[in-house]
Design a protein around this ligand. Sequence first.
Ligand code: NAI
Length: 696
Amino acid sequence: MSADYQVHGNVAVITLNNPPVNGLGLETRSAAVEGVRRAEADDAVEAIVITGAGKAFSGGADIREFNSPKALTEPTLHSLIRVVENASKPVVAAIHSVCMGGGLELALGCNYRVALPGAQIALPEVKLGLLPGAGGTQRLPRVLGLEMALNMIVSGTPVQSEKLAGTALFDEVFPAGADLLDSALAFARKVAAVRPLPKVRDRTVDYPNHEAFLQFSRNTVKAMAGPFPAPLECIEAVAAAVTSKDFEAGLKFERERFLHLTQTPESKALRHAFFAERAAGKLPDVPADTPVRAIGSAAVIGAGTMGGGIAMNFANAGIPVTILETRQEALDKGLATIRKNYESSVKKGKLTADKLEQRMALIRTTLSYADIAQADIVIEAVFEDLKVKEAVFRELDKVMKPGAILASNTSTLDLDKIAAFTSRPQDVIGLHFFSPANVMKLLEIVRGKQTAKDVLATAMALSKKIKKTGVVSGVCDGFIGNRMLEQYLRQAFFLLDEGALPEQVDAAIEGFGFAMGPFRMSDLAGNDIGWYIRKRRAVEQPEIAYSKTADLLCEQGRFGQKTGAGWYDYKPGDRKAYPSEAVNAMIVQHSADLGLERRQIPDQEIVERLVFALVNEGAKILEEGIALRASDIDMVYLTGYGFPLHRGGPMFYADTVGLPNVLIAMEKYGRGRHGEAWKPADLIVKLAAEGKGFNG
Ligand code: NAI
């Protein structure tokens, strides 16, 4: 039973009860219908109140029912709303905390709605590439008016209930601290005898010159929606509420557009990302009830690019953090950068001046390990050099209190080697942040051979606390993200040798939807980082072929934006990338030196070679168990590398293309120059033969 039924005098109370947010799953819907029927059959009952137990009125559809036939099993949400709307006795929705999606659509089917202040009211379906499909687009404009309803439906953004007091959405918003049930019962008794029963469907949407407003909205939303069709479809559904001859015709139109959206690749990608994010934090051998270590204080070693950003994460979460450096000047510089970052948030209105000072007060600095010994977690972010890391970890092992978590932000070094510098490898973990660390959502949590389960569980809980998407990776060179990126960049550089120029490659992949192409990205991150890695690779794995173009660039000191020149030219104080004649001449010359005849490379080839290089390496990462699931790899690319959200991540995208088609393309490129890079991962061959995809 996932709704409770009780009678209080002459009022029946149906309490939705499906933790955590009373999602309207099949059992809850059935129990609610049953409750209404029972109340109608009971002569002593004169009115019905529907409310929600625990933390919500209702958060909407039960996400556990997504993609399952249960969502379409009677009573559907539509049927439940119809039963409520057609009840012979008045039905009052008593709303608190959260009333979203299907929950709000149910409330709109009730005759009356009362609420406590502070409840989040929203129709967030657009965020999953959908529109509210159970009458929301038809009923909300009838109570809020065209403009406000359109804003809420197109943005999906929650509005606090008290801000909607005085609209026809709420018959009453009770004062803060009121008892919702008592107040709702009193309200229900007051209206018990009122006939006819008021229904939202009987109202009309009046808006002078609505066509002009709708057209203006279409233009504005078209410019903002990018590749996503749902926001515009939301407008058309709301338009139907104004223009349809009758309510049922509007509902039918809404249904059609909803069903159409469920089939779009964009909505499928958004829903994939939604579930991928929830799955990412889960490890089969680390159950949800694994104890976590308390994190009340933190320390960061190194106040450089990464250290400062990492420290800000702790301060933002209210956790005191101490930064340790070798020199006072480095501390002063790091602290000044942190302050500058916060000041820029204040200027943008994202942070108050008070908060800035509170956060700065949480950040302390030191030159002495004794000052950090009591920290619950320490994150090392010193130079990417195993010798330097060794010295740091040996020192940490000496001074840190027992049970402290020792983390490294290394991007490429072997975490197990780092752990072996200590006498407590079980306490060592990789926490790989992305630059800028105070902004980027991704946190790769690197699990060493001996990392303890409670350390992993703590790291995952911490990632939530500091508002990151934590994805667990095994130990390998580059972990999930950078290991794949290397193959992507190798293709980007080969393309230059064969006939493309940086601006063409960037434009093609940005046209696919990447936030930034490989060359603009390398200029931002610093071309010297890749140079350093290639030099190391040349010693460790001389068999891997690389284009020399990027090395030639670095030999000229063109490290990117920080040196004012990289793959592109830059002007002082301007981050815009200008195609560089000198670099392009160098690229053309290099092709000639290699004896290669440059050819016109189609954009489709550029996109396929870059994206399928990610897919092939991703498949190997899955095979080796470095990533636990394909969707984890997608999360890494969506949150850390600017992969287009509407394509769902590289592995999901490969599934939409179809793995047999991916294989055909890989075979084609395998016949070209450096074809060995295209040897397909066994997993792709196997899944393609079985007619499966990475995501089942
Ligand atoms: P950075 O060069 O900006 O900063 C390193 C800081 O560590 C310097 O301030 C230096 O004074 C300090 N330092 C060096 N040795 C030290 C020691 N023994 N004790 C205390 N402080 C010491 O380097 P960055 O970019 O912040 O990188 C740090 C780590 O983060 C590296 O392992 C790097 O691979 C990793 N990383 C870097 C990313 C990036 O985009 N820059 C992204 C993700 C990880």
